[in-house]
Design a protein around this ligand. Sequence first.
Ligand code: CP3
Length: 355
Amino acid sequence: MTPLKNDRLIRALLRQEVDRTPIWIMRQAGRYLPEYRALRQKAGTFMELVQNPTLACEVTLQPLARYDLDAAILFSDILTIPHAMGLGLEFVAGEGPIFTKPIRHEQDVQNLPIPDPSEELNYVLDAIGLIQNELKGRVPLIGFGGSPWTLACYMVEGSGSKDFSKIRAMRYARPALLEALLDKLIEATVAYLNAQIAAGVNAVMIFDTWGGILSPNDYLHFSLKPMQKIIAQLNLNQNDRRIPCTIFTKNGGQHLSAMASSGADALGIDWMTSLAEAKHKVGDKVALQGNLDPAVLYGNPGTIVQAAQEMLDVYAGAPGHVFNLGHGIYPDVDPEHVAVLVETVHSYVGTRPII
Ligand code: CP3
């Protein structure tokens, strides 16, 4: 493993001292960049881009060519697992992901295969190898997967949804079947993330976009518990170093104390949560990653600088904060505004609170 020249992200996720707060941006490789749109058009469909390791590597590196970011994130998608399970994934323009063979019957769950990452998901592992060859230790590479609950939401609904009523009905009408589905997704995700670690990612993140639609007790049982089971089975302790694991539940602000005991090193937080309150809640248990409102980037540079500085003042240079947006960057944001944000975070000089 090539030693990292910039290990700020890893250090901050592990709550170690850093010379300045690291920053990366959720969905940093994506449609707001003209060079992404060009390559996406060349590839044809989104999944062709994702499944082509050379192009996936190129897209991963695009934001790093523009901005002095402190991390790269693998260009892929959380839906690669259900795709590899044979659900027939398509991305329809303006409609998001659609499964042509969603989970509809008990049999569909029983028949779901657990993908072998070195077979069906080999393209992801190949992309990781190519990216690390190009990065040469410049910054860490983040690997990722979806939470079992969030994957199940798409697999049962067959697409995105406002209220995910099909899976919420399943939770009450067929709870044992939902558990069986989640168990398969736990097994598949453990194998997938461990394969990403073996292929060389420096950190992992689990995206739980839809955990926040559950009632509090159901969140703990159907969303957090499966993530906990995954974390317990990940090879996060390598001989000489730790692969930090971050979990992000959108709308998970009320669950931060429980999340802090999950075994994760860091929690991603959305912008509806106060960073100061979150910091108070999690204490010295975990680092926090976030949480600028992605809409701030629609503001003028002065507004962006002010909002970023206010956020940085919460930690004021103390360890344990990774700067990020509270969710993915919007596709119609001006790329110049991202440059302003990165520069603001980099030039911030924290004054550590005395007490
Ligand atoms: O952050 C990065 O730069 C890495 C790449 C990444 C993508 N998706 C690329 C992508 C990551 C980390 C994801 C995660 C993901 N995918 C999540 C969890 C995080 C979140 O945003 O809540 C979810 C729920 C998905 C599923 C997904 N993929 C949806 C709902 C959509 C359609 C909506 C949209 O934003 O277009 C996608 C497509 C997708 N994934 C795109 C990108 C760049 C846009 C595809 C395109 O049209 O080019």
